[in-house]
Design a protein around this ligand. Structure first.
Ligand code: SF4
Length: 515
């Protein structure tokens, strides 16, 4: 058995070992990820008729007993001589699902309800039930959008989310309101088949932020590769753009992200944006977003170059407005630099997206409320609240110190949401990340009518996205059924450069399959 302490979770916190027994083989894999989000690692899994048949030394044990079909399922948590149990009857759901999906859903739901109904069991696990119930996917709104497509009423959808998936009422209301805000922007099944979005991924950053898991390259160490990388990107943009235009595809939104594209020499930014304009067929009202996440890179020269193209939205990311935090997380700007950059961007007439992170080490409610006040005073068009999710590859991976506890994390999320609502912003896209702060979510807020279309289309997966550049993912959406095929460029920049011709041909072939 692994010792607790041997198993760091992706967010750096320690996983506790958990024995598992079920009378149905395969249940461990259904629950493993879900239990991870509660801080447990399945270290032994047996097929047996419940906890009574097993020996254990007082450490926690989870047992599952299925009754003969249709019957029910009982989940029990056993720890230090105490046992808490919950049984659910297997009833048909009010929506279409396969028998196997129902079995998997009921297993998680029964565990969720055990926690919801047994306060002492919650105390033993040291965790309240997850606010998202048994939904573990990145895009919970996609499921609700499908129910809207199928003609379910709002009440029916909320009932499914809360009763069949255990989502808390606040989250189900939030999700439904996000879905309705998105609805006018979502193409119908038979609509806009010739429209695509572009994502251009840029691998370099001026320096590395300590919470970052993006597979990026620090400029000071990797500068000598910049020219070759820009050359490969231009080549990919021009060849894929020409092929897409010849096949009749039109670009509706473009997002130049990364990384920090605005840390490249301005002349190279000009060259790459020219390549986009000259090769792709772009809709006249297309949304063009450039990520200038590091405010210090938004110099007058860079902004003049960007302004010579049809860019109409810029991301300027404060993450926090507290000087101690900015220094601690390795950002190279301060609040004054951010304000100056925002003013310069505003002068160009562009819309502004800002990111804030909740749960940064050393930050509590007071620091977050201060950051929100300062950022909202600048009236960005969009604010995305990210819950800190510490992943492999970040400098925080092995560190727990200074990270907020689950309950204070939930309070931070609730207070931030209230502040944005008070300031007149509406939630318009939402996604979840593994091991995010307090099991919460990332939410994009917008001044009503100023939503970033790319964010909606990318999260809801209702338009083909062509990913160009290092690590960029393409999603080819098959006409008629929303089914997706993914294709990824290598995250390794040198491989990306070496394999560029092959990557271009594969992408063009996939695109041709959609025509
Ligand atoms: S600017 Fe963004 S991508 Fe670059 S290191 Fe910081 S968090 Fe990572």
């Amino acid at each position: 058995m692994a010792e607790s302490g041997d198993a760091p979770r992706a967010d750096g916190r320690r996983l506790k070992p958990l024995l598992f027994v079920s009378n149905h083989a395969g249940d461990a894999s259904v629950l493993a990820d879900y239990l991870r989000s509660y801080g447990y690692l399945l270290v032994g899994s047996m097929v047996a008729e419940g906890y009574a048949e097993t020996e254990q030394d007082g450490g926690p044990l989870l047992s599952v007993v299925w009754e003969p079909h249709p019957g029910g399922v009982t989940v029990a948590w056993k720890e230090k001589g105490r046992v808490w149990e919950h049984r659910e009857e297997i009833l048909p759901a009010s929506f279409a699902e396969t028998d196997e999906n129902r079995r998997r859903r009921m297993l998680r739901l029964t565990f969720h309800r055990l926690l919801a109904r047994e306060p002492e069991c919650r105390d033993a696990i040291q965790s309240p039930p997850q606010p998202w119930g048994i939904l573990t996917g990145v895009r919970p709104s996609k499921m609700l959008q499908r129910f809207i497509d199928q003609g379910f009423s709002d009440d029916e959808i909320r009932s499914i989310a809360e009763k069949d998936f255990g989502v808390d009422p606040g989250r189900s209301a939030l999700l439904l309101s996000v879905c309705h805000t998105q609805r006018p922007h979502l193409p119908a099944l038979d609509e806009g088949r010739n429209r695509v979005s572009l994502y251009i991924g840029y691998p370099f950053c001026p320096s590395r932020c300590s919470y970052c898991s993006f597979p990026g390259y620090e400029l000071k160490r990797w500068r000598k590769w910049q020219d070759a990388c820009h050359q490969a990107m231009e080549n990919e943009i021009r060849q894929v753009g020409k092929a897409a235009a010849e096949m009749g595809f039109q670009v509706e939104t473009l997002y130049f992200g990364g990384g920090t594209p605005t840390c490249m020499p301005p002349a190279d930014m000009d060259r790459l944006l020219c390549a986009v304009q000259e090769s792709f067929s772009i809709m006249p009202q297309a949304e063009w977003t450039v990520e200038g996440g590091r405010p210090e890179t938004l110099t007058d020269e860079m902004l003049s170059v960007v302004a010579s193209h049809p860019v109409n939205r810029i991301c300027v990311n404060p993450q926090s407005m507290n000087p101690e935090t900015l220094a601690r997380i390795g950002r190279q700007h301060d609040a004054a630099t951010l304000r100056e950059a925002m003013a310069r961007v505003r002068d160009k007439g562009w819309r502004i997206n800002c990111d804030l992170i909740l749960g940064l080490p050393g930050e509590g409610l007071a620091e977050i409320e201060y950051s929100l006040r300062e950022v909202l005073a600048l009236r960005p068009d969009n604010v995305t609240l990210h819950g800190l999710a510490i992943k492999r590859g970040s400098a925080y991976k092995e560190q727990e110190e200074g990270l907020p506890e689950r309950l204070s994390g939930l309070e931070m999320i609730a207070r931030s949401r209230a502040a944005l609502a008070e300031a007149g912003y509406i939630p318009y896209y939402l996604y979840r990340q593994k091991d995010s702060l307090a099991g919460g979510e990332n939410i994009g807020y917008s001044v009503p009518g100023h939503e970033c279309l790319y964010n909606i289309l990318m999260i809801e997966e209702r338009q083909t996205i062509l990913g160009l550049g290092t690590g960029a993912g393409s999603k080819f959406l098959k006409p008629g059924d929303w089914s997706l095929e993914n294709l990824y460029n290598p995250k390794d920049m040198i491989q990306y450069i070496d394999r560029i011709e092959d990557l271009i041909h594969r992408k063009v072939d996939k695109l041709a399959n959609l025509v």
